[in-house]
Write a protein that binds this ligand. Sequence first.
Ligand SMILES: [Zn+2]
Length: 107
Amino acid sequence: MFCPKCKIELDIKEIKISRWTGNKFCKRCGAKLTKLSGFALASLILGTPFICGFLGSLPAVIFGIIALDKISKSKGKIVGRSMAILGLILGSLGIIAVLLAIILPLL
Ligand SMILES: [Zn+2]
């Protein structure tokens, strides 16, 4: 991975990876080498029912799909894949919960 500040190709040992966001940093100068996907973060926040209720479920799924698409096309420059997947799963569960709440009383 190339550091734009040090202007060198970094060895894997010279890269620090954030446990929470997956962002990569240069150990030599501290420069951030990757960008966390805003869509992935939005998907996770919207998908968490404690924060947005079930209103956020559908946008969480949509943002999660957009995030995964952008992350896969970024060739490693954008991170947040696990965050997007989690948002996608939480959003899907939220939608299923809402559908069950609508359908079950009709049965
Ligand atoms: Zn550097």
